[in-house]
Design a protein around this ligand. Structure first.
Ligand SMILES: Cc1cc2nc3c(=O)[nH]c(=O)nc-3n(C[C@H](O)[C@H](O)[C@H](O)COP(=O)(O)OP(=O)(O)OC[C@H]3O[C@@H](n4cnc5c(N)ncnc54)[C@H](O)[C@@H]3O)c2cc1C
Length: 297
């Protein structure tokens, strides 16, 4: 590490193994993992170094390559995980898991946030990705988000400012969501819980729930879903090393046993190529791939 790291109240871990804290459980290390103590500590860090940063949620939409990541990976935890309702709005720290907000909203008869129960990431990751399912996305329920820019300043951005589109916001890669506010409506406890149960049941029978990164490719514009294209080129169940396109949902890559990040990425690229050849459609990775590949011998 050639960069000077400022003295923070939070914790630095050098050569941090990211396998243990991402869903695919593959890939290399972060040169440094930084867990800021709180917002002030994060701002101090950003203001006192120009080292490249990457913000990690819980890595449920991430493929960390085998050669690891240069610079500092920031992971928010304590200090960013409080939430509180006022009427039908909920203000929350960005490190909170989506499902905890769904559960909290349900306990207060706040409807509209049920979909969050089945997305396995954090609020920060959900906002950056405009995460959604079962007909609702973040853009339908978010009032505002507080974003820390690379210079350590906080800007409150409204829903409109974030220019949400399908699985996308305009939040830059070096900007960090630290807080957000959602709006729900009055709902009945029974309805809310029943919606959540149905979503979770549906998930359990249609998608793998371990050692995966969620949808591999975004659905392209036009008539076809990504999974239909993958299926049509023989991708369902296809394997490479320890990587496999799931039989249950063929747009989900899974680490079946000891896959490397390269197995997963190469298998994705192989199927993407076949789809391009057969349909002339270029699938786009929804999973974020970060870090260095290890050169093939
Ligand atoms: C089994 C499974 C099912 C899934 N189902 C769905 C689904 O139905 N709908 C859906 O939309 N997604 C789904 N996903 C994908 C994933 O859960 C979402 O994209 C989620 O929002 C990612 O959150 P995360 O905290 O894990 O972010 P990560 O995977 O850690 O990061 C994803 C991106 O968000 C950025 N990021 C994370 N935190 C912050 C922050 N605080 N500030 C700024 N940027 C940040 C990262 O830099 C990265 O670019 C699924 C994943 C799995 C494994």
């Amino acid at each position: 590490m050639t960069h000077h790291l400022p003295p923070v109240r939070g914790r630095y871990t050098y050569q941090a193994d990211l396998k243990k804290i991402t869903w695919f459980q593959v890939g290399g290390s972060a040169e440094v993992l930084f867990k800021p103590a709180d917002e002030e500590d994060l701002a101090f860090f950003l203001q006192n170094t120009n080292i490249p940063i990457f913000t990690l949620g819980v890595g449920s939409n991430l493929l960390v390559r085998d050669g690891g990541i240069d610079g500092v990976v920031i992971r928010l935890g304590k200090g960013f995980n409080e939430y509180k309702a006022s009427g039908y709005t909920i203000e929350t720290g960005s490190a909170v898991l989506d499902r905890n907000i769904a559960e909290y909203a349900a306990s207060l008869n706040i409807g509209g946030l049920e979909f969050l129960c089945s997305i396995p990431g954090t609020i920060g990751g959900a906002i950056k990705m405009n995460a959604g399912c079962y007909g609702t996305e973040i853009k339908d329920v978010l009032l505002w988000a507080d974003i820390m820019t690379r210079d350590g300043k906080v800007q409150r951005r409204t829903n409109g400012d974030l220019e949400f589109s399908y699985r996308h916001s305009n939040i830059k890669n070096d900007e960090i969501v630290i807080k957000a506010c959602f709006k729900g409506y009055h709902g009945s406890q029974e309805n809310i819980r029943s919606k959540m149960e149905k979503m979770l049941e549906q998930r359990a029978i249609t998608q793998p729930s371990k050692l995966t990164g969620g949808s591999t490719f975004a659905n392209p514009d036009g008539d076809y879903k990504a999974w239909e294209l993958i299926d049509a080129v023989g991708g369902r169940g296809k394997r490479l090393g320890g990587a496999e396109f799931s039989n249950l949902h063929c747009n989900f890559l899974i680490n079946t046993e000891n896959a490397t990040a390269q197995d997963l990425e190469d298998l994705g690229e192989e199927v993407k190529e076949k789809v391009l050849e057969k349909f002339g459609i270029e699938l786009k990775w929804e999973i974020h791939r970060i870090g260095h590949r290890i050169a093939k011998k």
